[in-house]
Ligand binder design. Structure first.
Ligand code: ATP
Length: 357
């Protein structure tokens, strides 16, 4: 089936006085997808989602829901729904009353409301006995599920989530991430989620949109963004990375003094082009001699950190830069601080970021 655009953002900008919080945002959200908007604090995520749900209006640009312009339609007139970090549940009412609230507003009869509330309890894997339980007697995770059930009771075209898991402890957050992904699959609804947690974005999303200073830097799958970032910002935002300045003419001793490479590697850069060579730490290995990998660098071990199932190493290179390497526990290097290694990796595991403009 061809993908249908459910929400289209075209040239959206938002100014607060002289400050431009959003700049020329363009995005097509596909019906049924799980799209996560991720970015550092202050990048504009909340500003954008407020425009998308109708809590604020853009300074410029259009928002179209199934082709109809909605940027001036207030939140309560839009067929979309928002799930907040602060759940906005009624604490002294029961779970059932909370879930039924949207149905009551819509004038559904009590029997139908209860039937739907029970279906939603089941969908959210909450016991049916919870129907009569007060919100104040539910745990944080249970309250989060009730908030989701209530959002689904609205039967919205799109569900927007504003960091709904950030107040929960680590284990509960991890469990709910998987549940949300599963809920998305079972309902087939369009989910638009904002977070500053990259891990959350990677676990749940079909696509991730990375925001930086009011603009999208890249919109793609988690895999593409991790392996083929379009900018240094995205590469660094997506976790540990090693970056080297290179140019199209450098075929030998590429970039900074410490990096060596085989001759005539095709880096995809024209003679006068400059760029950045990227390799993730898990692709760097210990090599016997120059030429047994496409790239190599000599490093002296500065520190080793245990990260649960993995080990993280930091090597000082000759030119003062740091090379990071990660290994699974079973592939641990036998080494001590101060040991010198020749470290290498191959072009197939590297990525070249072209410098813009
Ligand atoms: P966080 O992850 O910290 O919530 P964010 O990515 O959601 O950050 P926004 O809250 O959208 O960022 O803010 C983007 C920028 O716009 C910030 O520099 C913020 O100070 C500014 N901003 C947001 N709302 C207003 C406002 N009402 N008036 C003036 N500036 C604002």
């Amino acid at each position: 089936m061809a993908a249908t655009t459910i929400l289209k953002l075209d040239g959206l900008s938002k100014n607060f006085g002289a400050f431009q919080a959003l700049r020329n945002i363009c995005l097509e959200i596909i019906e049924g997808e799980f799209l996560t908007i991720v970015g550092p604090s202050g990048s504009g995520k909340t500003t954008l989602i407020r425009l998308l749900v109708g809590m604020d209006q853009p300074t410029e640009g259009e928002i179209r829901l199934r082709g109809t312009r909605i940027e001036s339609t207030p939140a309560n007139k839009r067929p979309t729904c928002m799930v907040f970090q602060s759940l906005a549940l009624f604490p002294h009412r029961t779970v059932g009353q909370n879930i039924e609230f949207p149905l009551k507003i819509r004038g559904e009869p009590p029997a139908r409301r209860k039937e739907r509330a029970c279906e939603l309890l089941e969908l959210l894997r909450l016991p049916l006995e919870y129907y009569g339980k007060r919100i104040a007697q539910c745990s944080g995770g249970e309250q989060q599920r009730v908030a989701l059930a209530r959002a689904l009771a609205f039967d919205p075209e799109i569900l927007f989530f504003d960091e709904p898991l950030s107040a929960l402890d680590y284990r509960l957050r991890k469990a709910l991430e998987k549940e949300l992904k599963d809920l998305h699959e079972r309902t087939g609804k369009t989910f638009v989620y904002i977070t500053h947690s990259l891990e959350e974005a990677m676990v749940m999303s079909d696509r991730i949109a990375i925001m930086n200073a009011g603009r999208f830097e890249q919109i793609a799958t988690a895999d593409q963004i991790y392996a083929r970032p379009v900018s240094k910002f995205v590469a660094e935002f997506m976790g540990e990375v090693n970056l080297f300045d290179i140019s199209g003419t450098d075929r030998r001793g590429i970039g900074s003094g410490s990096l060596g490479s085989k001759d005539n590697l095709d880096l995809g850069l024209a003679g006068d082009e400059v760029g950045t060579l990227m390799v993730r730490p898990e692709f760097v290995r210990r090599v016997e001699g120059k030429g047994s990998s496409d790239f190599w660098v000599r490093g002296q071990l500065r520190a080793e950190y245990l990260l649960g199932s993995r080990l993280h190493y930091e090597f000082d290179c000759d030119d003062g830069t740091t090379l990071t390497v990660e290994k699974l526990r079973e592939d641990r290097f036998r080494c001590a601080p101060g040991d010198e290694f020749l470290l290498g990796w191959d072009l197939a595991n590297s990525h070249v970021i072209r410098s813009r403009g």
